[in-house]
Design a protein around this ligand. Structure first.
Ligand code: SF4
Length: 187
């Protein structure tokens, strides 16, 4: 009788994702790979991500960061990802260069807070939030490469599902990721 040879399964790649000063649009685009998620889940297991209930990023192969840095908690999470992820990827315009949220960089933060919470149209008896639980906003919105080393950048607002799929499969197959012209855009 032939011995039963167990099928050799490759160990799964561990992937963490997070949204810092992002809009979750890059995560929605990630989900736009649609049924290819089934193929992905055969090769990848998720660590901390908005798609899981894991609260802190543990040791991972790949970290995907959406969004720039706009407050103290973003800095904390970004450093946690950099410490734990072998490959860290900035996904989307916000992570790459601050994106639309960085349009506030030419405004005075104090005046913005005053207008939104104290003097804006329709605000009555307002108060600038001061609970110590709230992360302090930064003076500006920063792209993530200004704080930590980033291994790859995927532009686009958001990058398409096809671009994310091509990028990830290149990486998982051991190729240098290349999007090529049709998948590369900045809007
Ligand atoms: S790059 Fe665009 S889609 Fe992605 S988080 Fe920023 S605003 Fe949202």
């Amino acid at each position: 009788m032939n011995a039963v040879v167990p099928s050799r399964k490759l160990p799964k790649v561990r992937l963490a994702t997070t949204s810092l000063a992002g809009c979750f649009g890059c995560h929605m685009s990630f989900l736009d790979i649609d049924e290819r998620l089934f193929a992905l889940i055969e090769r990848v297991e998720f660590d901390r991500s908005p798609l899981t209930d894991i609260k802190h990023c543990g040791p991972c192969d790949i970290g995907l960061i959406e969004g720039g840095i706009c407050n103290a908690e973003n800095i904390h999470v970004l450093h946690e990802f950099r410490r734990n992820c072998k490959v860290l990827i900035a996904i989307g315009a916000c992570a790459v260069n601050g994106g639309l949220p960085a349009q506030r960089n030419h405004l005075d933060l104090g005046l913005c807070l005053q207008e939104v919470y104290l003097t804006g149209l329709g605000v009555v008896g307002g108060q600038i939030p001061n609970d110590p639980e709230l992360p302090l906003p930064l003076d500006k919105v920063y792209p993530i490469h200004e704080l930590v080393r980033i291994d790859y950048f995927i532009p686009g607002c958001p990058p398409s599902g096809d671009a994310i799929w091509k990028f990830l499969t290149d990486l998982l197959d051991g190729r240098t990721p290349r999007l090529g012209h049709p998948l590369l855009h900045f809007d």
